[in-house]
Each structure stands twice: as structure tokens, then as C-alpha cells.
Design a protein around this ligand. Sequence first.
Ligand SMILES: [Cu+2]
Length: 456
Amino acid sequence: MNNRRQFFAGAAATMAGLGVARSALAALPEPVIQTSVDTAPPLVPNTGRPYNPVVTLNGWSLPWRMNNGVKEFHLVAEPVVREMSPGFKVNMWGYNGQSPGPTIEVVEGDRVRIFVTNKLPEHTTIHWHGQRLPNGMDGVGGLNQPQIPVGKTFVYEFVARRPGTFMYHPHADEMVQMAMGMMGFWVTHPKARHPHISEVDRDFCFLLNAFDVEPGSRTPKVNTMTDFNIWGWNSRIFPGIDTLNVRLNDRVRIRVGNLTMTNHPIHLHGHEFQVTGTDGGPTPPATRWYEVTTDVAVGQMRQIELIADEEGDWAFHCHKSHHTMNAMGHDVPTMIGVDHRGLVNKLQRVVPDYMVMGERGMADMGEMQMPLPDNTAPMMTGTGQFGPIEMGGMFSVFKVRKDQKPGDYKDPGPYPFPPGTVAREWTGATPAAPRAATPPGQADATVVKPGHGKHH
Ligand SMILES: [Cu+2]
């Protein structure tokens, strides 16, 4: 459904595709509303200082207006409906038509003025997570400012003092408002060449978020602390998350922020990357090392960088296996090795449709068309060129192609594997492997438990 979508280059096309709401508040910048779940092309700046814009997965960047040298943005906190994957829609709270809200991109040293209009049914604030700013602009309701009442517009103003990767979210009835999807990304680009910030060919960003949506319902439960069942990137779940499409040998930066209640080890296949930025900004090159998984803890931001020098369709996902699974997969008893055949026959006499899952693992779930409640997503889903991918949640694909054009973000389709390069069934002879003889009874199978057996 999200394959081979055409992307348009340039900010003009972006603006044309957006519905601009009529604002009764003439003095304020018109709030720009976006309801498409597509990944918007980079918003190339046509006012203010130049920078290389980011691409927000299944999201977009907020246009601004220049007013006497100040960059003015208008965020509208409001109820929204987010399609998390095809056919699965959730009632959320967000900003300007979406959860998450639009990405805000500014340049180091910019004076920024952000109008925030509250169209929620309760008060709110916005905290600019990670920024250096005057205390009264930090957005903690009750502590630094009065809450923004329903129907009112507040203004925040500060200078974006340091370059890096940031987030924004309410600091008012926080548990409820974040559980409902209120959050957004913020990138402050460097004002000049920075010794610790490299120029990249592609710069992606997304937020990690989690929801508790009972299968068949449409609204998240807001007091859940640990039992989330929907694990999203920018309020989308696989196969609803767009792929990250790059050109062979591109230098790629991926920025991730975590606004869930647990950590996420983010893992890329086929390449090594370095963490080039954290919550505190760019990391000095001497402190970097290569890895293939980096843990993003609660409230943290990480930016990773790599050279995409291996062609193919590379999995990119959270390494907690429950986080690459959608609702309904988390409370199933383990049935591996349990023989139900006699029982199933008896039960089917009473309940003709009765079936048992999981005797041979759960891979069947990727293929089986189980009847699902009206509004949810299959727990393991997605199809690749070789069959079911058996994933959900925080999973996407990093697509590296030598013929992907610079500036082209469209999905190139499945990777055309060179002949003879795919793992395949062995059809030759299978001679017994030589093995060292173990005399019977010699294998040591003693288990020593703490507090028993040997003492020092
Ligand atoms: Cu995770």
C-alpha cells in the first residue's frame, strides 16, 4: 500500500499538498494542518538561513513565517485520528492534524516564536525537551508557567542555542497526554560547518512511541504503565512504517527519540554505524565506536550515522521481539511441543471452527488469516518477495540501491538479488560430519545452582 509512492521535490510541492486551515486569529501565522500519513519530502527552506532538511518517517516538517528576523510557528494541540497501519485507525491527541506533531526544524542561533493553541478538552503545555532556554519557556505546567486553558493560545519564544536532536511534548497531565500521542520531533541544524557534525546525503528522523489499544477499540487506554500492545515509530506500525530508501554509498543519519515507557535497542542489519549525537548534542569523534545495535532509553535521543555501502533490503528494527509484534501476541500460552490432536478432534465435534495455535511455534500466524476484531492489526504480518515477514510494530526496511537517484526517497520495490546470492535448500549429498567420539556416560550434565553444591 505504501510502495512505490511518488515523492515530489521541493517545498512548493509540499505546501500545495497541505490543507491550510482558515485562522480567525489574523495576527498569528495560519496553522498548517496535515492529515496524510505519507512521508513528506524534505522541506527545503525558502526563508531564513539555509540547511539540509530532515525527512520524518510518515511525517512532515512544519512551515514557518519570518517576522522581523524571528521564525514563527503555530502548533495546534487537538484530537486527531491516526491510521497506524492500513485499516487500523486510532483516536489520538496530537498537533496540526497528526500524532506525532510536525517536526520543527531551525538553525542554531535562530530566534524562534511558537504559538500554541489548545483545542483539547483539557489544559496543556509544551516542554521543549533538551533545549537550553529561559526557565519560563521550559513548559512545565504549574512550575514554570500557568497551564494553557482550553481554547487559549500561548506563545513561547527563545533562541535555539545549540545544534542537535530534540523532542517536544506536554508537561501537563503528562501520562494521559503522551499516552494519547502528543509529541513531536525538533532538529536544530548547525549554523556553519561544525567539527562534530558531518554533512550527510540523507537525514531521517522518527519518535519511538507506544499505545495500549484493545483489539476492536479505537482509543488508547491512558493509565497503562507497562502493558502496551502497540509499538510504533511515529504512531505507525509495520507494515505501515515507510521504508528508508537510500542510494548506494550515501552517508546516512538517522535520528531517534524515545517517548515510550521502556528502552528500545535499535538494530540495523548489514552495516555498522556510529552514534554521532546524543541528548547533549554531537559527540566528539574520538568518543565514537562502531556498533550494530544502540539502546535508546526512555526520554533519550540518539543519532546514528553510517555509509550505506551494501546493496539490499536490510531489516531495521527494535530488537525486543515483543516490540516487533502487534496486539494479541503478548498473552498467548506457549504451546510448542504440546500435542493437541486428540483434544482438537473432540472439541471440533462441539465447536466446529476450533483450532489450536502454536504447536510448532507461531510462524503460522504470519500466513493464517485469523478472524480479527474490527479495528486492530494482525500480530505478525507483512509480505516480502519470499513470503510472510512475520513482523509487526517497530520494524522497517533500509533499502540500499545503486540506481536510487540523489534526492529521490521513493520505495524502489523489492531488491533484485543477483543470481545465486540467496540462501537456498541444499540438494547435494549429505555425508555424515566427522565427530569426536564421546564415551557413553561421560558428558557432564551436572547443574550447580547458587547456594547449593560447591562453596569457596
Ligand atoms: Cu522496542
